[in-house]
Structure formats: structure tokens, C-alpha cells
Design a binder for this molecule. Structure first.
Ligand code: C2O
Length: 553
């Protein structure tokens, strides 16, 4: 191994600009970092300080989010546009993101957090064990590989988003899935027989959950969202947008060529988009026959048998099987809950504004909401800056409801015929939490305008997933299924279509933290809310002031 040094500063410069690349025979101008697609891989160790100077020479407003980084006392570096910062303007404006990695190991990623730009502005963020603790909690693998799954459009993704917002519907489907930016067959992973590889899997796709398999090979999942899990053996891995999985794979098949495949998992009834993509795994001690077959593109390469594109049983089976690895064998779930919330979310409708042209005058326009509030980003300053100023400017209100305005049959599509159930209003509402209090949120997916598995991502915290299920949440029966001993920790939970999940976390990080659907179209539709966490009592629990180059709107 490498000699161990003390915690280091990992410093990078990200030049964001136009890049012309060619995929599927089409040349496309995309927004990219340092002329690379996907962008640079960031590697650090727990305890390191990460410093990234972002210089924006693209035609668009840019922010970068470090997805899953806890950002303890560094909320100014979190990145969601208009939540933690105003965007970095085009024309060479710059902002330096600076944060410490505090007690985190595993696979995370970074991505643009403004409009649809994360479709091309993203990369891996790998955290290895720090100097004090040089080992993984599993046998050291012989090698590792990072696989970033994405989506590709033969179009500007900003135009794709504009079209979706104007139509009030789903965005045009991407035309291909990608692995490390490459379409089918582009990415190759050579392995050596008998060795074990750590696969770092990241779902950077905008709108689709994925199944992942490798023909002839099984996995042991060891982490999800950079939180260690009890080793879990499986031949299929499920990733919602935003989620990551670390899995060990033994190269123990007969030497040859094998396909690795990612395929869309659709939880939406009547969905038709079933794209998949492949990459190639091959043994360095290849036998000549399969190597030649691979070159000739013949069928000697084994394809994995994928689950059906709508196989929710496999998806929920995977999610429900993960448990957390207990540090020192001791449970860490907070058992006392200070604040309990029931948050319903899904698609609803909003009355048309008088000037809105593309709007159904009887029904209204499509709006996504949480507890019937369709989240509206501020325009004059970030929520975090407003928070630091004590909200004297009235940028937000503190009345995000703890419960939905109406209780109804959340999972019945028939409820959607009741307009009062569907009707949402716009608001910039936060839920204020006292420092170090504990919160339990029941996330109830609703099905009144199409039932879909929405992956909810919380910034600034990892949370415990205590339980999940289908149908309407019923506390009397659900409580019995809570795992309070070794639940998995995550930053993104894929709440089952027409179902629920219960999460718990401790509000020990002062600042403003957004929780939103990681299907990218749903964030501008308003499927978001924010937690405002007060400062704590001691100097080391107070959010410091913003850095001097903090962007202004
Ligand atoms: Cu990965 Cu708020 O996002």
C-alpha cells in the first residue's frame, strides 16, 4: 500500500465550457468540465480537505453539487442553485468550493445543480479510508473500477428541459444509456482470473432507475451512498438516480468475454421506455476463441439475463435487503424522535396563471409538490444567505406543513378525480429544525397523477431508512417493521411507487438543506422542500460566514 500521510488538501480547477463530442454518429455541443465527458474523477481520503476552483466559461449559469458530501459547517459549498448559492455566471466568473470530508468513505459523485446540466456535467468522487484507518471493512480488493451510468440526447439538454417545462409533461426520452460517457460496447473492463474487484457504481442518469448485472458473475454489496452495508450477496444491483453502490465482484468465471448490462427499471404503469446498454468485461488471460469472437462481434459473448423492465419485486427485494454495517458492532439509530412529519409527494396540478399559454384551463398545469406545496426557488438570493441574514428579507416562510392538508387514499389513482386532493400552490416554505434534534419523516408517495418510484435525496445528511412498504402508510402496522438496530444509511431513497419509506436523521448540521426528487424533471416542477437547521450553542456548531468569492445573483 501507499505510505500514509496526514490529511491532505486535494485541489482541482474545473473549467466549465463547451465541448463538441460525437455519439451515435451525431456531433453535439455539450457543457463539460475540463473538456472531459464525464468530468474529472475526484479522489480523496476521509479527513482530507477538498478545494475546487470552478471557472464558468460555458454559456449557462453553473453550480456544482458534491452529492452525498455531508458539508459539515460548509453549507456554502453544497451547490444547489438558489438554495446554497446564486449560480456562477457565464463569462469567466469563478467560485471556489471548499469542504472537509468528515467521517465518510465510499463512492459519491459531483454534478451540476442547475437546470438539466447535470446530464453532461458530472463525475465520480471517491473517498478512501483516511490515515487513521487505512483499511476497508472487507478484504482489500485487487483492483477497482468506477462505472458512471448516464443518459444521452442528440440535443442540447437545456432545450430538452425547456420543452418539458413548456409541455408540463415528461421530458423527451434520452436516446441511449451510457457507461462512463460511452454508448453500448464502448467501455471495457479487463480483469484477471481469481482476483476481486471493487465496482463503484453511480447512477448519474437524469430520469431512470437502473438494473445492473454482469453475465456469469455475482456481487457482494458492501456500501450504498458511501455508507457501509452488511455484505449482501446478489446477482443484480438496483440504482435510482443519485444512488451509488460499492460491490465486490470476483473474477471467477471461465476466462472469456462477458457483457455488463444496465437496463431501465420502470415503476410507472404503462411505461414504454426500456433502454439498456452494455459494456464489456474480459479476462486478460483470454482464450483466443472468445477474444476473436468478441472482435467479430459474435454471440460467444455472454449476455446477462436481465429482470423485466417493470420488475418491482426485484427492485424492492434489493432495497429491502440492505442493512447497515454497525460501527464497533453498536447501533447508532437515534431512538428518541423530536419531530415527526408525514410528507406526501407526487404530481398534482396548479391553477393556470393568466399569462400561461400552454395550460389546461379546466384542470390546471402539472405541478409536483410535497404536502401540496410546489417548491419555488427564490430569485434574489440563496436560501442559505437569506437564512444567515435571519430571513429579514422574507425570502422564505417557515410554514412547511408537518402533514398533508388532506388525508386521503394516497395510492388510489381515483383520488386524482378529486381536484382538492390534487391542487397545489407554489411556495418557498422551509421546515425549521433546532440544532441536534432528531427528525422522522414518513415519505408517502402518492399516485393521483401517475404512480412512480421517486428517489428522494436529502442534502447535508445521511439518513437511516427504517422501513419501506407499499400502499398507504399505517403507523400501527408499520412500526413493527422498523429496523432500529442496523438499518441502511443513505442520502437517496427510492420510495416505492404508490408506497412509503420512513427515514430518520439528526439535524446536527446548521444551514439550509434541500430534499428533492432526483428525477431531474421533477425538481423544476416543484418536488422539493428544504430544512432550515439552526446554529448550535457552541462555536464549533455555528455556520461560519460565506467565503469572500460567494456568488451574488
Ligand atoms: Cu444529486 Cu440535489 O442532488
Amino acid at each position: 500500500g501507499l505510505p500514509l500521510a496526514d490529511a491532505a488538501v486535494v485541489e482541482h480547477t474545473f473549467h466549465v465550457g463547451n465541448l463538441t463530442i460525437s455519439r451515435l454518429g451525431h456531433s453535439q455541443v455539450i457543457t463539460a468540465v475540463n473538456g472531459q465527458f464525464p468530468g474529472p474523477k475526484l479522489e480523496a481520503r476521509d479527513g482530507d480537505t477538498v478545494v475546487v476552483h470552478v471557472v464558468n466559461n460555458s454559456p449557462y449559469n453553473i453550480t456544482i453539487h458534491w452529492h452525498g458530501i455531508l458539508q459539515r459547517l460548509s453549507g456554502w459549498a453544497d451547490g444547489p442553485s438558489m438554495v446554497s448559492q446564486c449560480p456562477i455566471h457565464p463569462g469567466g466568473a469563478a467560485y471556489t468550493y471548499r469542504f472537509n470530508i468528515t467521517g465518510q468513505e465510499g463512492t459519491l459523485w459531483w454534478h451540476a445543480h442547475v437546470s438539466f446540466l447535470r446530464a453532461t456535467v458530472y463525475g465520480a468522487l471517491l473517498i478512501r479510508p483516511g490515515p487513521g484507518k487505512p483499511h476497508y471493512p472487507f478484504p482489500t480488493p485487487h483492483g477497482e473500477a468506477t462505472l458512471l451510468f448516464g443518459e444521452w440526447w442528440n440535443a442540447s439538454v437545456v432545450d430538452v428541459e425547456r420543452q418539458a417545462m413548456l409541455s408540463g409533461g415528461a421530458p423527451n426520452n434520452s436516446i441511449a444509456l451510457t457507461v462512463n460517457g460511452m454508448t453500448t460496447g464502448g467501455y471495457e473492463l479487463p480483469v484477471r482470473h481469481g482476483e476481486t474487484y471493487l465496482l463503484r457504481l453511480i447512477n448519474a442518469a437524469l430520469n431512470y432507475q437502473l438494473f445492473f448485472k454482469v453475465a456469469g458473475h455475482d456481487f457482494t454489496v458492501v456500501a450504498a451512498d458511501a455508507c457501509y452495508t452488511e455484505p449482501y450477496d446478489t446477482d443484480v444491483i438496483v440504482l435510482a438516480p443519485g444512488q451509488t453502490v460499492d460491490a465486490l465482484m470476483r473474477a471467477d468465471a471461465s476466462p472469456g468475454h462477458y457483457y455488463m448490462a444496465a437496463q431501465v427499471y420502470q415503476s410507472l404503469a404503462n411505461a414504454t421506455y426500456t433502454a439498456n446498454t452494455t459494456a464489456l468485461l474480459w479476462y486478460e488471460q483470454h482464450d483466443v476463441a472468445t477474444a476473436e469472437a468478441a472482435t467479430a462481434g459474435t454471440s460467444m459473448i455472454v449476455m446477462p439475463t436481465m429482470p423485466a423492465f417493470n420488475d418491482s419485486e426485484t427492485a424492492q427485494g434489493f432495497y429491502g435487503s440492505l442493512t447497515g454495517l454497525l460501527p464497533d458492532g453498536k447501533p447508532t439509530v437515534p431512538l428518541h424522535v423530536d419531530t415527526r412529519m408525514l410528507v406526501t409527494y407526487g404530481l398534482g396540478v396548479m391553477p393556470c396563471s393568466p399569462t400561461q399559454t400552454l395550460c389546461n384551463r379546466t384542470r390546471g398545469s402539472v405541478a409536483a409538490s410535497m404536502n401540496n406545496v410546489s417548491f419555488q426557488l427564490p430569485t434574489t438570493m440563496s436560501l442559505l444567505e437569506a437564512h444567515m441574514r435571519g430571513n429579514v428579507d422574507g425570502v422564505y416562510t417557515r410554514d412547511f406543513p408537518d402533514r398533508p392538508p388532506l388525508m386521503f387514499n394516497f395510492t388510489s389513482a381515483a383520488a386524482g378525480s378529486n381536484r382538492s386532493v390534487m391542487l397545489t400552490s407554489k411556495g418557498t416554505k422551509v421546515k425549521t429544525l433546532r440544532f441536534n434534534t432528531t427528525v422522522e419523516v414518513v415519505l408517502q408517495n402518492t399516485a393521483i397523477l401517475g404512480s412512480e418510484n421517486h428517489p428522494l435525496h436529502l442534502h447535508g445528511f445521511n439518513f437511516y431508512v427504517l422501513a419501506q412498504g407499499v400502499g398507504n402508510f399505517d403507523a400501527r402496522t408499520a412500526v413493527r417493521s422498523y429496523n432500529l438496530v442496523n438499518p441502511q444509511q443513505r442520502n437517496t431513497v427510492a420510495v416505492p411507487a404508490g408506497g412509503w419509506a420512513v427515514i430518520r436523521f439528526t439535524a446536527d448540521n446548521p444551514g439550509v438543506w434541500v430534499m428533492h426528487c432526483h428525477l431531474d424533471a421533477h425538481l423544476p416542477f416543484g418536488l422539493a422542500m428544504a430544512f432550515e437547521v439552526d446554529d448550535g450553542p457552541t462555536p464549533d456548531t455555528i455556520l461560519p460566514p460565506p467565503p469572500p468569492d460567494y456568488p451574488q445573483c
